[in-house]
Design a protein around this ligand. Structure first.
Ligand SMILES: [Fe+2]
Length: 310
């Protein structure tokens, strides 16, 4: 089976340089039906399962994702909850753990390698199961990420990876894991958004770290894949150093202003800093604030925040 339906030479030239959308055939594998997913969820370890909902739509971080307790629900109930509630479920690494899904992941990246000439990827892939009203807040990913949308409809908004949309301090917070992957948002950003109305079996790919957000229009199933490249590892190493310089030393460093030799020195330093308590201390604890309960109308019941220790 060929994964892509309408890959062109233009896609080849623009891959990771521009935002592109391409049609694929992942739904034909039969691995993403509700039945297959319920079965998968029943096998999946809760340490690699995120069940999230969205917070207030106001403030600098609108709709920030909140962690729920993923334990104690059957796959069937989780699928029902995704259809009825306001949930964003990430079955992390599902595409790597199970052989039938891994075969598909290898096909996806095999075909990208073939079509772009880029060889090794070591991609990780998660499956996203999300509610008709779910949104993903404005954020960026610290690795090279692709969204393979499979079922339902969602609107995807992509923004330029420039200092206005991706400020130094915001990206440092992502790399230091201070607050998930959220970035501060302003409605004025919409002037420069590129919008994709994703149909079933359509993938969208964007340049490294380009901020984006998503609004679901129906119940949705998608796959998200990420991989590291030298470019992403280099930038993240520099960013660890910059983030700690700002936070521990009160300085005002900038990825955008630094020369290449300065970045190279900071990258080397970042490799050392990552092994020190300075870096460890900046990593945030994660708290679960709700659980899924099939007796509630939206399948969500709030609880006292509990530290996620798994
Ligand atoms: Fe993302």
């Amino acid at each position: 089976m060929e994964v892509f339906r309408n890959w062109t030479n233009e896609h080849r030239q623009q891959f990771r340089k521009r935002n592109i959308a391409v049609q694929h055939r992942l739904s034909e594998t039969g691995l993403f039906t509700d039945e297959a997913l319920a079965n998968l969820l029943d096998r999946h370890p809760s340490s690699k399962l995120d069940v999230m909902t969205m917070g207030s739509p106001d403030g600098p971080y609108p709709n920030a994702l909140q962690d729920g307790d993923p334990r104690g629900c059957s796959g069937k109930v989780l699928i029902e909850a995704a259809k009825a509630g306001r949930l964003w479920i990430n079955v992390r690494e599902a595409m790597n753990i199970y052989p039938e899904y891994k075969r598909v992941l290898d096909m996806m990246y095999g075909e990208i390698s073939e079509r772009t000439g880029i060889r090794r990827f070591n991609a990780k892939g998660g499956i996203l199961i999300s509610s008709p009203t779910a949104v993903v807040p404005y954020h960026c990913d610290a690795k090279e990420t692709i969204l393979w949308h499979i079922r339902g409809k969602k609107r995807f908004y992509a923004y330029p990876a420039t200092s206005q949309y991706l400020p130094d301090e915001g990206y440092e917070a992502v790399v230091l894991r201070e607050r998930d992957e959220d970035l501060p948002y302003s409605p004025s950003f919409e002037n420069n958004a590129e919008v994709f109305d994703l149909e079933p079996d359509q993938m969208v790919s964007w340049p490294l770290n380009a901020p984006h957000r998503v609004e679901n229009q129906t119940y949705c199933v998608s796959v998200t894949t990420e991989f590291s490249t030298f470019a992403s590892a280099f930038k993240n190493g520099v960013t660890v150093t910059n983030g700690l310089m700002r936070r521990k030393l009160g300085m005002n460093p900038s990825w955008y202003r630094d020369s290449l030799p300065a970045k190279a020195a900071k990258f080397a330093l970042g490799q050392v800093l990552k092994k020190t308590p300075m870096y460890e201390q900046s990593l945030r604890d994660s708290f679960m604030t709700f659980k899924v309960d099939q007796k509630q109308p939206g399948y969500i019941v709030n609880m006292e925040p509990v530290l996620r220790h798994f």
